[in-house]
Design a protein around this ligand. Sequence first.
Ligand code: ADP
Ligand code: MG
Length: 497
Amino acid sequence: MELTAEQAWDECLDVIRDNVSVQSYRTWFEPLKPASLEEKDNGLSLTVQLPSRFYFEWLEEHYFSLLRSTVTRVLGPNGKLYYDVTIEKEDAETGNSGTSMHLPARKPANEPPGRALWSDARPAPAERTASHGPAADHGISNPFVIPGIRKVQVESRLNPNYTFDRFIEGDCNRLARSAALAISQNPGGTSFNPFLLYGGVGLGKTHLIQAIGNYVKANNPGGSVLYVSSEQFTNEFVRAIQHNKVSDFSLMYRQIDLLIIDDVQFFSGKEKTQEEFFHIFNALHQNGKQIVLSADRAPRDIKGVEERLLSRFHWGLSADVQSPEFETRMAILHRKASEDGIDIGEDILEFVAHNITSNIRELEGALIRLLAHGTLYNRDVDLNLAREVLKDLVSESRTPVTIDQIQRVVCQYFNVSEDKVRAKTRKREVVQARQVAMYFAKELTHSSLKTIGLHFGGRDHSTVIHACQSIRNQMETDKAFRQVIEEIAHTVELRTR
Ligand code: ADP
Ligand code: MG
């Protein structure tokens, strides 16, 4: 009977399972899917599908010999393993239009080191790694530093508490953390450049990207590391323009070896800042300097940021952090309690972990609040106190609503398609749905008028103001309409609970 790809891969998995930890097995091998099995060059070639490029890097770096011996065992001495990597989005800049790459597993020893196999998917490796050397070399080959001029010392602006040691690993952040660690150990030298970490608020993005900074700083004393929020970057750029110091600004950034920019979604709608960042990005990337970014959503969902910049975000690796699962929440609470030297019952921690589910910042906040109340009123921290103190937090811990969710609910209510509220249509029912959705976006999210406008097909902020005003007026004069709005508000609330 002929062997199928599934059977062959199952057999491989049996071997692998015996050779790696359960956790590694789950993280690195379970997500792979067998794609095909073919006769080639007197042997069988098995192709497996990888969820992202990151898996390729990781498997090659950590499991190369295991995979090789496994494949030989299952497919025979001429057996080969191929990887299929699906790329999320077309990258116009690099001309990579394929949705899938077929990569032979790297041959040992005689294959040149480095990441030549990636050359068709990203800018030429030579270009990327040109000046990256060991720690002491950091910045020396930077062409923007005029020889003889001393490198400016930059304050890294890192919070020293945000370290890997203090970052609890869980299913929700495993990939992101592994990538962050790999980058820290070899900044600019992995193919994860830029590294974009994305996910909702309070899930550890700032902590993790700063952990990279702290690690690199500790291990590369000669290198310069800079952490800035995109708001700081923008403000400083504006100030540089006002004081005629744009070239100083630009020169300073080009000297950084590891540039970390937090919350890049705030670049939305700020064209000038984006342009400046674009040039800095290119200069750093070309010199093999590491760039680390965070955003509150996936790059494809970031509105109001130029396509050429978004496409660069795809050059390296995007990884997400998700809401923590129960075990991780417990581990974080345990860690926090022990760090602060607090003795607190397991049942209390479980109560907190069960009730505050979406966000680590709130989880920490809940614990602190609980302890503060206990101390302040000199009461034992028991379940009663926990229930009392966390009553409002428990109901607050819903994930914040997004403009997209609002559009979905409103469009369903009025039975118009979501595309239409983002398009130019002036049909009455569409206009009404659009105005209602804009009103909720203003009331329920913290987005600026400009951002809201962008989510509705790039409309002006004055259109948003007008929409909100018109909904308020109608609510005042028309009771039935007010009920409609209340009903929608209720649905939005249910959806995001
Ligand atoms: P974000 O930037 O995603 O909004 P932060 O990095 O500011 O989130 O995290 C919020 C708080 O939760 C911080 O105090 C951070 O130290 C803590 N935190 C987040 N993730 C973890 C984790 N995995 N382990 C320990 N603490 C965490
Ligand atoms: Mg943050």
